[in-house]
Structures are given as structure tokens and as C-alpha cells.
Design a protein around this ligand. Structure first.
Ligand SMILES: [Zn+2]
Length: 711
């Protein structure tokens, strides 16, 4: 097969649209070259172990992936243990490899079946003999000692600022290029996902202290330069090839997502699943929103680990099939490409084979309905700012975490059944924001003067804003401002330091009726929050602060004073714009307390700023997350059913179907609807077109339904 010709085929612009390039890119030039990665719909990986060269059944492995109709597989080269007879010094061969070319056998078996091969490498660890010969390659602690891997002390952690990354890894990449018919290069475990490295090696001692913004600048520079170097090596093999790496990490990603979004052809999210910890089910869908924010419609995958994610882990025993299925559902609903990941080929294809057939059925179901999963744009008029810098560098009040703000606002958005996108703080140009009627700023503490100006301009153009707590109180360099960067936009002024809670948290007194307070009858008080930034009085407030007081003993549990002029929310209308600022950490307090009043208040506020003309809605009973897309075939509305006792703590054990969901989608001018098909139920449903919108009912949703609107 002549891959070079096939992949670099010059195609006309109309076909480029069919291959899911975003409209903005297809309009620019014609004809277009569509990178093969953007046509990938399904991915697989059996992550190879040192033992696999003597146990994995290569033909059965390749047949399995072919039966899933995957477009590519990742095959291990590594860097820690070589899976082929390498000549690169210190690329140690696995003890079961012998003289076998295991990588070569797997690569050939996949290619024979028309599956692309990505060479997978791990640059993060190496052995004692490499430490002896190249002490400069390794991370050092503050005593100057090399750092053992925590699980296997025979391994040592390499440093990304050393020649390990510019000599050793390129040598392996070039060797692979020279010997094998690969389609791309991939590194696992670099860039680091959880946090930036802390290293005191000779190179790192020249850098600013780890964890600072000055270090982050150097970290990003190095990441971009290595990424470009590896991509250039990939392209030496074939101009259609490329390099990519594990990203993910949600909102709190270590490397600058906007910079990497521009570079990377394939955004690979190593976000494989949750455990029995107190994490909500929507972690994968949230990751998809992050990818969509920074990736301009290019391909993103989310790895679903079939193995037992969480703590403790079991790499070779699978998680509940329901949990894995929902993770895959979220991947697809959020616009990413599903990626089935199993570890180890003991007894041929692994000893736990429970996940094999369900994944095969799932991928074949996807393949049957492919045009409905090829997305052109998300349909949403609400943008939620991500605040990557805030998440990396801001220190929230003691006892709180920044993740709580994300969880809180996300939960309120789901409870309110809003359709929304994530927006990165570095992408606030008029063009980038043109689709949104409202932006939500959940404690986006760090914003530059320029970003504040861009948000003010959004308001001047008629856009609406809702913000909470310390939003805009710090510059992009984490410098504290004396007053809010968005003070003029919201008409607010800070009057003191953060007030926390001892005992009974502050409350909010209802001063007058407003849309924000819909549903609050029979009370003059609702909850405030755990922490607040005190601000100056405003005209005609709707909620005022009743300061916190003693919770125990109850004898002292009454407000004193019972009324102040300090606002608990500031609401403004300015032309078409609607502005809401909450001085409290309301979304975080909602998450922590579970208080339904706070969720109602947040939902009312989001609904008020978003305005009346939502482009899409899904009404009905149940906890859901929903997405809407313009697709190759028309439109699609995805409904994920989270109505489950394991929604907030893994894993899902069983699905609990919900009843009828009423869908309404506004149609762009001139678009007609010929058919509405439910892809899970695999049946058509009746629909109605009136007043520029299509309406229909999804009779029930088990775990997931996709309503495909042919248009
Ligand atoms: Zn170092």
C-alpha cells in the first residue's frame, strides 16, 4: 500500500469539509490536505509488557484490533525497555526479547490489516548503567542525589532539560524511522501531567524555582522546542507523519494548552478513568471540553482504561463494564475519539478478556453511524472560562481547592441542563467569542489587563458575564491587584480582605425580587458562601450579606446584625448586556455543602445572563449531561444519563433508565430536516419543525442516546 500517496492526496474543499475540518479552516484555502490523523475515528492499544514477546499472540492481537475497525494502534518501542533489537546505547532489551523483533512483528501484522502504527516511547525512566555513564541525564534531589522511581528502585527519573531528550530519545526515534513503516511517534509520560518537575540537576539549577511563573515560561519553551524537534524527526520519515504526546490533566494541565493546541495534530488525553474516590462521573466529558477549547477542531482522543483505574490499581483486571462504557460514551459525546486500552498480553490476549467483546460491539456500533460522529462545530451559546493559569499558580483560601470551583460550576451547569463550551483565558478575541451570548468566570483569579479589556469589549458588544469570588483580583503573573481588574465592568469595589467562616457561614438576605431569585418563596434568607471578598454597597441590591456567627452553642446562633448594606450579589444591565458578580465562592460552597439553594441561585444566574434564545434544549427528568454538534450528516444531540447512585463516587454498577426527554434545536436558515434517528435504539422518531426549530422526544435513555438529525 502506498501510504504516502494515499495520505497526502490533494482533495477539493468540499471533501475536506466531509473529513471534519472546522469551517474556518476549510474556507481559508482550497484545495486542502487533510492530515490522516483527522480522519481517525477509533483507536486501540494493548500496552505491551516486558513478558509479552513470549506470551502475546501477535496474529490474534492484530485480528482483534481489525475486528474493532480501529484506524491506528499504538505499539511499544519504549525507551525504558526495547521491544526490538536496538543499537542505541542504554536502550536495554527486555529480558524475554532475545533476538526477536517484537515491535517489527506487531507493526507488520497491523500494517497487513490496513491499520496505522504509532510508535510509542517513554522518556521518563532509565537504569543504573545509564546513570553511571550519563549522570547528567537524570533528575536530582536538593541533596544532589539521583531520584529512584517510587515503585521500582532499579529505575531512575530522567530530566527533560538534559541531553537525554535531545540525544537519547531522538536516536531511538531515528532508528525506528529507519527500520519500520510507522505513521507517527508518541511519547508517554512526557510532558509531565500532574505537576511540573522539581529537579536540582546542573541544568535545572540554572532555572527559576519550580512552581513559579518564571519556571513555567522555561518549561513551556522547552516543551515547545522538544515537541518541534520530535515532530521534525517524525516528518523525516514521511511528511504526513507527526509527533504527539500524552496531555490531559483537565483544566489543570501543566504545559500551556494554547501553545500546544497550535502545535499538536493529535491531542491525546491520558485520562483513563476514576476509582472509588469522591470524583464525579463527568471527568471524561470535561476533558473533552478542554480539548475543544484549545484545539481548533483537530483530533483529540481520550484513553479509556479497561483496567482497574483508581487506588489501588489492578493493571491486568478490568473495571466494571458500565463504568468503562460511560467513559467511552463521554468521549464520543464530547467530540473526542474513543480509545480502548488494555494492558499485557498474558496467555495470548490478556487473562481478563471481559472487556474485549463489549469494546468490539461498541466500536462496530460507532462505525455503523460514523457520519453522525464527525463534528463540525459545537452548538452552545454559553462559554465557561477555564483559567489554566489560575489553576496552576493561584493559592485559594486555606482548606479549599481550585478543583472545587470547577466541580461546583460544572454540577450547576449540568443540573440546569445548559449547553456550554470551555474557553481558554488566552483566547478571548472578538472572533473567538462571537458565538457566545454569555461567559461564566468561576473564580478566574488570574487575568491580564489585556484579558480584562477583551472581556470589557465583549460586554460592549452586548455580551453578558457572570463571575465569582476572586475573579480578576490577580494579574496573569499572579500579582495581587488592589481592586478587581473587572471593577468597572461589574461596578464593584473591593473593601477588604477575604472573610472566611467560623461556625455559621454568612447568609444572603433577599432585598427585592429578581429573576435570580426565582423559586425562593417563604424565606427572607438563603445561604451565602463559605468565603467572600467584601465589596462596597451598590444601589438597589437584591441580596445583602448577613455576616456569619456562632453555630454552637445554639443559644448564640442568631444573626447580629441581621442586616447590612454589603452586597451578596451585584446585578447590572448595560444595554443588551447582563452582568452578575458573586463576591462569595458560591460554586465551591455549593459543591462542598451540597446546598440545593446555591445550585438554584447559580442556575438562575446562568439562565439570566444567557438570555432567552438558547440554540438547543433538552427537557425532562434525570441528571444528564448533553452536547449538541453540527455534524457531517446534519446535527446530533447527545444525552448522557448520569442518574445513578455512583454519579459522584465510582464506579457505575448498573444503569437506571430515564424517561422521555424533549429536545428542541434551532435550525440555521435554509436547513431542512428529513429524518431523526436514535442511534442507540437504532430507530426513527417523529419530529416537528416549527418557528425555525426541530422538536422531538427521546422516549427513554438507558446510559446514552444520540439523536441524529439528518439535515
Ligand atoms: Zn533537571
Amino acid at each position: 500500500m502506498d501510504l504516502t500517496r494515499r495520505e497526502l492526496l490533494i482533495i477539493p474543499a468540499a471533501a475536506a469539509v466531509a473529513a471534519a475540518l472546522p469551517a474556518a479552516q476549510t474556507a481559508a484555502t482550497s484545495p486542502q490536505v487533510v492530515p490522516w490523523a483527522r480522519k481517525i475515528r477509533r483507536l486501540g492499544q494493548l500496552n505491551m509488557t516486558e513478558h509479552d514477546p513470549v506470551v502475546l499472540d501477535v496474529e490474534a492481537w492484530a485480528d482483534y484490533w481489525a475486528s474493532l475497525k480501529v484506524d491506528a494502534v499504538l505499539v511499544s518501542v519504549t525507551g525504558i525497555l526495547a521491544f526490538y533489537p536496538t543499537s542505541v546505547p542504554f536502550h536495554k532489551r527486555g529480558k524475554f526479547l532475545g533476538d526477536r523483533d517484537f515491535f517489527g512483528d506487531c507493526c507488520a501484522a497491523a500494517k497487513k490489516r490496513g491499520i496505522h502504527v504509532i510508535a510509542r516511547m517513554s522518556p521518563d525512566l532509565n537504569w543504573e548503567d545509564a546513570v553511571q555513564a550519563h549522570p547528567e541525564w537524570f533528575q536530582r534531589n536538593n541533596q544532589g542525589a539521583v531520584i529512584h522511581h517510587t515503585e521500582d528502585p532499579r529505575l531512575f527519573r530522567t530530566c527533560m532539560f538534559t541531553t537525554y531528550m535531545t540525544d537519547y530519545m531522538p536516536a531511538i526515534m531515528k532508528e525506528i524511522n529507519a527500520r519500520y513503516d510507522v505513521d507517527g511517534l508518541f511519547t508517554n509520560a512526557w510532558p509531565p501531567l500532574g505537576s511540573m518537575p522539581t529537579c536540582f540537576c546542573e541544568q535545572c539549577r540554572k532555572l527559576p524555582p519550580s512552581g513559579t511563573l518564571a519556571y513555567w515560561d522555561k518549561f513551556n519553551e522547552r516543551t515547545v522546542s522538544l515537541w518541534k524537534m520530535y515532530d521534525a524527526i517524525a516528518k523525516e520519515k514521511n511528511p504526513a507523519n507527526f509527533y504527539f504526546a500524552n496531555l490531559g490533566g483537565g483544566v489543570r494541565s501543566t504545559a500551556n494548552l494554547v501553545e500546544l493546541g497550535k502545535l499538536c495534530e493529535w491531542f491525546q488525553c491520558d485520562n483513563q478513568g476514576r476509582g472509588g474516590d469522591d470524583t464525579p462521573i463527568w471527568g471524561c466529558a470535561l476533558q473533552g471540553r478542554v480539548c475543544n477549547a484549545v484545539q481548533a477542531g483537530k483530533m483529540a482522543t481520550n484513553v479509556t482504561g479497561a483496567w482497574s483505574t483508581g487506588t489501588p490499581r489492578w493493571r491486568n483486571v478490568h473495571k466494571s463494564l458500565e463504568e468503562a462504557r460511560m467513559w467511552m460514551n463521554e468521549t464520543l459525546a464530547a467530540g473526542m475519539v474513543p480509545y480502548h486500552h488494555i494492558i499485557g498480553g498474558e496467555s495470548g490476549l490478556g487473562e481478563d478478556r471481559r472487556a474485549l467483546e463489549p469494546a468490539r460491539q461498541y466500536f462496530n456500533w460507532m462505525a455503523r453511524h460514523e457520519p453522525h460522529f464527525i463534528n463540525k462545530r459545537s452548538i452552545a451559546s454559553i462559554g465557561v472560562l477555564m483559567g489554566q493559569r489560575t489553576h496552576l499558580f493561584h493559592t485559594p483560601p486555606r482548606g479549599t481547592t481550585l478543583q472545587q470551583y470547577v466541580d461546583g460550576i460544572y454540577y450547576a451547569l449540568l443540573e440546569g441542563r445548559f449547553f456550554f463550551d470551555f474557553v481558554h483565558e488566552e483566547q478571548l478575541s472578538a472572533e473567538a467569542l462571537s458565538k457566545y451570548s454569555a461567559l461564566i468566570l468561576p473564580n478566574i483569579a488570574l487575568l491580564s489587563d489585556e484579558q480584562c479589556r477583551q472581556l470589557a469589549a465583549f460586554v460592549d458588544r452586548g455580551g453578558s458575564l457572570m463571575a465569582t469570588f476572586q475573579t480578576s483580583l490577580y494579574s496573569e503573573r499572579n500579582e495581587h491587584r488592589p481592586d478587581f481588574g473587572l471593577a468597572d465592568v461589574f461596578g464593584i469595589h473591593k473593601t477588604g480582605d477575604i472573610v472566611g467562616t467560623t461556625g455559621n457561614a454568612y447568609m444572603a438576605r433577599i432585598e427585592r425580587q429578581h429573576d435570580l431569585l426565582k423559586g425562593f418563596t417563604g424565606t427572607s434568607l438563603i445561604p451565602g458562601a463559605e468565603n467572600r471578598v467584601p465589596i462596597g454597597a451598590v444601589d438597589a441590591p437584591i441580596l445583602t450579606v448577613v455576616p456569619g456567627y456562632t453555630a454552637y452553642p445554639p443559644e448564640l446562633s442568631y444573626p447580629q446584625p441581621s442586616r447590612t448594606t454589603e452586597p451578596a450579589v451585584v446585578v447590572r444591565e448595560k444595554g443588551k448586556s447582563r452582568l452578575v458578580y458573586f463576591p462569595g465562592d458560591v460554586e465551591r460552597t455549593m459543591w462542598r455543602s451540597g446546598h440545593t439553594d446555591l445550585s438554584r441561585l447559580l442556575q438562575n444566574a446562568i439562565r439570566w445572563v444567557a438570555g432567552a434564545n438558547a440554540p438547543v434544549s433538552v427537557e425532562g427528568k434525570g441528571a444528564i449531561e448533553a452536547f449538541a454538534w453540527e455534524t457531517q450528516a446534519g446535527f446530533a444531540v447527545h444525552v448522557l444519563n448520569y442518574t445513578n447512585p455512583a454519579m459522584h463516587r465510582g464506579w457505575l454498577r448498573e444503569f437506571f433508565p430515564i424517561g422521555a426527554q424533549q429536545v428542541r434545536l434551532a435550525l440555521p436558515a435554509g436547513r431542512r430536516v428529513s429524518r431523526v434517528q436514535l442511534l442507540q435504539a437504532e430507530k426513527d422518531v417523529p419530529f416537528r419543525v416549527a418557528e425555525g426549530a426541530v422538536s422531538f422526544a427521546i422516549p427513554s435513555v438507558n446510559d446514552y442516546e444520540v439523536a441524529a438529525i439528518y439535515s
